[in-house]
Ligand binder design. Sequence first.
Ligand SMILES: Cc1cc2nc3c(=O)[nH]c(=O)nc-3n(C[C@H](O)[C@H](O)[C@H](O)COP(=O)(O)OP(=O)(O)OC[C@H]3O[C@@H](n4cnc5c(N)ncnc54)[C@H](O)[C@@H]3O)c2cc1C
Length: 472
Amino acid sequence: MADNGATTLQSRLEAAVGKAHILTAEAEMAPYLTDWRGRFHGHALAVARPQSTPEVAAVVHACVEAGVALVPQGGNTGQCGGATPDASGHAVVVSLARMDRVRAIDHDNATLTVEAGATLVAVQEAAREAGLMFPLSLAAEGSCTIGGNLSTNAGGTAVLRYGNTRELVLGVEVVLPDGRIWDGLRGLRKDNTGYDLKQLFIGAEGTLGIVTAVVVKLFAAPRSRGTALVAVADAGAAVQLLRRLKPVLGDRLVGFELMSAYSMQLSQKHMPALPDPLPGHPWYALVQADDSADTSTVAELLESALGAAIEAGIAKDATIAQSLEQAADLWALRENIAEAQRREGPNIKHDISLPVSAIPRFLDEAAGALTLAFPGLVFVTFGHLGDGNLHYNLAAPPGASADAFMANTERANRIVHDLVAAHGGSISAEHGIGQMKREELVRYKSEVELDLMRAIKRALDPRGTMNPGKVL
Ligand SMILES: Cc1cc2nc3c(=O)[nH]c(=O)nc-3n(C[C@H](O)[C@H](O)[C@H](O)COP(=O)(O)OP(=O)(O)OC[C@H]3O[C@@H](n4cnc5c(N)ncnc54)[C@H](O)[C@@H]3O)c2cc1C
């Protein structure tokens, strides 16, 4: 921080959170200035690491008075560059990582009040210690934070049964763009007292305020589980299998993931210890069913339903995990795909959702159009089929330069996103908009919807200092 104004801001920030927790050296700030995929790089005046809500409020007040933008950051695992500041170097990154305390657990109400910087794993662990369960689960759970989950309305692997983060949140505490604190930490399942303001902050990607704490719903812990890897001929067969399993398993059906053989092979290539239980098939579904009753026969139910599906020709083969370790190995095949892809090289990524019924047609049409446009390209297709969410990623043809292939992003996006829109889908199922999909949002949202979003942004953040350049 060179000039006088900046020096004043630095001293105010240091007074707010302590000198040790204001980072200004380039090397110290570096991890906060690049996103997980290494696609977005920014600059900042400083990184502030407050430890309490009043400290966050003091940081916001100092920045408001200096006319400096704020970029909230949790675990920095987001996929759209939402937590990365722009190149101007005029923002302060606010890392919530030191705000990680569990404030309260209410057993009878089945709720947990926790600070925004707690990792998702820590939240799951706190619920487990209380004899309950927090169902949000995703591959980045060791690093991502509950505040980041809320701000991106994260989905993950159990949406089929428990819904997105939005459905798991009962209350929030937020430092608003003007520095005021809104204490909305209510643990109520019913509260019809006007606008449901917490919903504004869920999925807002830090553009409307800084979430400092949250009340989440807890559930009965599962006491029996069935996990299976199922080989299928194509996505259409996977959809048929899902339809068959739903009435048999009811709301015990927690997860239904789809993986192409190639995406599973990527996991196995980069994590050679992973199993290869059903080699030689083009597509796989990973199915999980849970029951909180210890008398449950959920694994048997799953096994007999899959047996019937094989007999009916819907599934080709299946393997049922015989232990929790085997179940974890099957899940590792799915959960390591994103990391394996990162190691393999850059991809043109699409996080899309469609009505489940439209997925097989979409896949056929998109494959036809993309292969015509980019002969030889490689599809890395996987995702949460049970809730209509595909990670539809495109890699360079074998032998071609991955970096050169990325120059096709705009053309590929147009083909994929136009088809998604034609099938009534969304261009961002669970990763958000960030800075990556801002232009796409304008292209696919209606003018009325965009107007409403801009009006909300103006009302809460008239100076436009809260995570500028993200979402809108
Ligand atoms: C391997 C891998 C697998 C993943 N799998 C999934 C998945 O299955 N489902 C899914 O939904 N996502 C997934 N993600 C994406 C990512 O983990 C989630 O978006 C996660 O919710 C982000 O949390 P975070 O703490 O890392 O947030 P960050 O990346 O730090 O921030 C994300 C956005 O939220 C804002 N933000 C963060 N904290 C706050 C706060 N306290 N107050 C206000 N704004 C805030 C930031 O400004 C930014 O816009 C995956 C990521 C990786 C790397």
